[in-house]
Design a protein around this ligand. Structure first.
Ligand code: TEU
Length: 572
């Protein structure tokens, strides 16, 4: 197979910014665009190439800006369109690129399109959203189908005024746009995409990109007999017109050479994923698959206990996403965190005080050796961890967490044991952990704001913050900087190379090779809190190896320390 031309977004590392929690410049307790601008030098110093800004659009903030009221304006506490223009310009001035979050599966119920749509059945925009009449069962009014929404409950909302239901796959305040209507699609391209592309943004992270085509919307099979509402992700994701819609959207993007990374939940079928990311299909450049981050989430989100997974499962998920580029023209992504996931050190290693630095470095080393475009979430470069069990439920601000906690309370009639299990799960997996203020320094409010922040800052900011880590050669941040440099230096192997898993069923150590033509690297990762014997797998035993990097300054010759990782270069 001929090697496809390398594109700028392949060998790029992307730094994700959550505006509300990154940096507050005006002392109102909420992060803002000028705050981001003030830290661009810091971001650049990490060694990343692109920044991704989570939704900063005008929004009532029912779902932290993923409920957009106006695509062409900025949420005032974050700033203005002019501030965004400065951010774009200042990012470019540093040789970096900037992508925005494109949220066009749904809008806010306060968007002017929806206000018109719901005003009457014969409004010209009625068909811009998905309206259906009620079903009647034994004379009782019921939604058109039994689908459960992503935040619990039916995904249909009854509208008294026009006596019909509308579809919302997320909150009731996030009605789904009707992509079947070509005028709606055109308005989306103009308002949500071209408006910002013309202002110089370099692409988009595309929210819930595989949900635009909903198929025939029949009832989902009953998988949770205790609930009236059933999981329907395999029905509303990857529907029949997805590829047609994405091809059309791509024509807009092509005009600007814009990059896209689509969020692709509920898609375990690799053939489907490949169709989205294959270069010849001209749909999306890459997607976020959920294989890795869904590990340990339980059959239904949060209905599990912490660490309910084994290392072989983790390896398999990584292998699946890595193999997307093997022998074909697809592209993949490397990520363990984002604003929808709790902290990777807490989830995949250990956040115990004696292990958290090692855990942060181990994951940095692993990610830096994996192929695809790399995504780092703010604070991940410092090894920030989940907030503790002692924090009360009031500190959880996310609608996903509070809805789940309420559901358990209702179902169990506030049974203290069940409530404790639910809180334990949220302490491990809730989205809130990623959304606390960035730990900048040991100043009050972690140096994030002069005022009380909208979410409580971590208590451990005194020992884990950007200021201290910048001047500490042994910090997680310093290690990330080194790894991002090595990733660039050996990009053939680490960014583009083929991944081979060597110890599928080993429960403690994760060993793989990366290969590019005649070059090969061996990566060995101890995922336990105990020392492990350093064993060279039979596949590479005959080859001479040279240590490229360890997470430790002075690694032992025959064993791996707790949570130690190493990369060896192999000579054939
Ligand atoms: O997430 C969509 C998504 O499928 C999940 O990751 C979602 O967070 C999870 O199912 C909730 O339990 C995207 C955004 O990343 C997320 O922040 C938004 O809440 C969501 O879309 C709605 O726009």
């Amino acid at each position: 197979m001929t090697i496809p031309k390398r594109m700028w977004w392949q060998n790029s590392s992307v730094y994700q910014i959550y505006p509300a929690s990154f940096k507050d410049s005006n002392g109102d307790g909420v992060g803002d665009i000028p705050g981001i601008i003030s830290e661009l030098d810091y971001i650049q110093s990490i060694g990343v190439d692109v920044i991704w800004i989570c939704p900063m659009y005008d929004s009532p903030q029912v779902d932290m800006g993923y409920d957009v009221r106006d695509y062409e304006d900025v949420y005032r506490p974050y700033g203005t369109v002019q501030d965004m223009e400065v951010l774009i310009e200042q990012t470019h001035a540093r040789g970096m690129k900037i992508i925005l979050d494109l949220v066009v599966n749904h809008t806010s119920d306060q968007h002017k399109w929806f206000l018109e749509s719901r005003s009457s059945k014969n409004n010209p925009k009625r068909d811009w959203y998905i309206w259906r009449p009620a079903r009647y069962v034994d004379g009782q009014r019921k939604p058109p189908n039994n689908w459960i929404g992503n935040f619990g409950g039916s995904c249909w909302e009854w509208d008294e005024h026009t006596q019909e239901y509308y579809l919302h796959l997320f909150c009731p305040e996030q009605p789904d746009l009707n992509w079947e209507n070509s005028a709606t699609r055109q308005a989306i391209y103009d308002s949500a995409m071209e408006f910002w592309l013309q202002r110089g943004v370099d692409g988009f992270r595309v929210d819930t990109v595989n949900m635009y085509s909903k198929g025939d919307m029949v009832d989902a099979p009953i998988t949770d007999p205790k609930s009236e509402w059933q999981f329907a992700g395999f029905q509303y994701c990857n529907g029949p017109r997805m590829h047609e819609f994405l091809s059309e959207m791509n024509q807009v993007l092509q005009k600007y050479d814009a990059m896209t990374v689509g969020e692709c939940p509920h898609t375990p079928d690799m053939a489907k994923v490949l169709k989205y990311v294959s270069r010849k299909e001209k749909q999306l450049n890459m997607v976020f698959q959920f294989d890795v981050v869904d590990i340990g989430q339980g059959p239904y989100k949060f209905q599990t206990t912490p660490f309910n997974w084994g290392l072989p499962q983790f390896k398999h998920a990584i292998e699946t996403t890595q193999n997307l580029i093997r022998g074909n023209d697809g592209w993949t992504t490397v990520f363990l965190e984002n604003h929808d996931q709790s902290r990777s050190v807490s989830r995949f290693t250990s956040d115990a005080p004696q292990h958290r630095v090692a855990g942060g470095k181990l994951l940095s080393l692993m990610m830096s050796a994996l192929s695809g475009t790399m995504f780092i979430y703010q604070g991940q470069e410092l090894g920030m961890v989940n907030f503790p069990m002692e924090w009360s439920m009031d500190e959880y601000k996310d609608v996903d967490s509070s809805n789940y906690y309420k559901m358990v309370a209702d179902r169990s009639h506030n049974d203290p044991k069940e409530m404790h299990v639910a809180k334990t799960s949220l302490q491990h997996l809730a989205r809130d952990h990623a959304r606390v203020p960035m730990s900048w320094s040991d100043a009050p409010n972690a140096g994030f704001s002069a005022a009380k922040p909208w979410m409580r800052a971590l208590d451990d900011a005194a020992i884990c913050n950007a200021k201290q880590q910048q001047s500490d050669k042994s910090s997680v941040l310093s290690f990330w900087k080194r790894m991002l440099q090595l990733r660039k230096q050996y990009s053939d192997l680490f960014v583009f190379g083929e991944f081979d898993l060597l110890d599928k069923s080993n429960l403690e150590v994760f060993t793989f090779t990366k290969t590019w033509q005649n070059k090969k690297a061996l990566v060995v990762l101890n995922f336990t809190a105990e020392e492990q014997k350093l064993v060279y797998p039979t596949e590479v035993r005959s080859q001479k190896s040279e240590l490229l990097v360890s997470t430790l300054d002075t690694p032992a010759s025959d064993k791996l320390a707790a949570y130690e990782g190493r990369i060896f270069m192999l000579e054939s």
